[in-house]
Write a protein that binds this ligand. Sequence first.
Ligand code: MG
Length: 372
Amino acid sequence: MIIERIETFPLLHECSRPYGDANGYKKYRSCYLIRITTKSGYQGYGECIDWLPTLEKGFQERIIPYLIGKRATDRTNLTKIIKKWHMRSAAAVSMALTEIIAQKAGLHITDLWGGKIHDTVPAYASFQSYSDDPNWQEYSIGLVKKAIQEGFSMAKVKIGGRTIKEDQAHIKRMQQELQGDVQLALDANQSYDVMAARSWERLFQGWDNLLWLEEPMPMEKVEEYKLLRQVLSVPLAGGENMKNATAFLPLVTQGAVDILQPDTMHQDGIDGYRCTLQLARTSGLRVSPHAFDGGLSRIYALYAQACLPAMSKMDGDKIEPVEWDYMENPFTMLFQLKPQKGMYTIPSGTGLGLSVDEDVLNTYRWDGRTYI
Ligand code: MG
């Protein structure tokens, strides 16, 4: 089980029309896939998202030379060392080495993690609501309608990127047209203060279909989250950029949020990610993974969710939903696993149980150009 070869697949796609959230527009979507092969022929894939020139340089000049000749079974230690150099790259290596171990054992990844408890996991369709279109609200509502027609019953849309008045007009209109058909999460991407977040409460009281309010304020403002949670009638969610379970602790111990939202690509490898899930459950909190970028990292979030016991007896065997990137992004289909009528079905097989789409790898290969 000695690591013999590591290939990298930097992928880039220019969006046909920019779309965005409170942080600005996305003109490109990228993906960085790695494939690790051992001397005995076992293979595993890993994924991370960052600026491609940074990732390529880091892997070619430092990470690959370091990993060649190391034991694939030493995942914990290898991830720990690479994490000091680049956190997201370490997450990719962690995924690939996990798959290799499952392949060698002849087991599915969920078997390594104690076995899947759920054969299906609900998906919510996630949108970037802003665009340059003068009728951006209409366009945004049209996209959500399309997802509902495809069978999604949960959606997440953006607020915080326009004035409160404009954002509220958008959401009010969406609610007037779709409230009976969809449960809605609102994501402000940390752009509010307490006062701005509270200004939504009057509207919230008239709506019974809200899943959660996501990251209204910067996540380090734990005291303010705690205050806000006491006056809001909808659950508070957040934590997509947090690096490990320790980073979530202040939110958990101070009762500042209702739902944790770790991302497999931003945490201490896939094992660290699962540690955060355990923290949520042992603290009596819900956990709904953030999984907007990438295709493979979402599958790891999905498998971890399938192995997580339901939150409470009230929920029966129901599990919290996993995000599905509904926007134009060819890398959601890098591995062929798409929700059907708003539900993911966990595939069987060994390792990941899925193979990479070589067409996507070839079509979107980054040509080395600089992009912003
Ligand atoms: Mg978010």
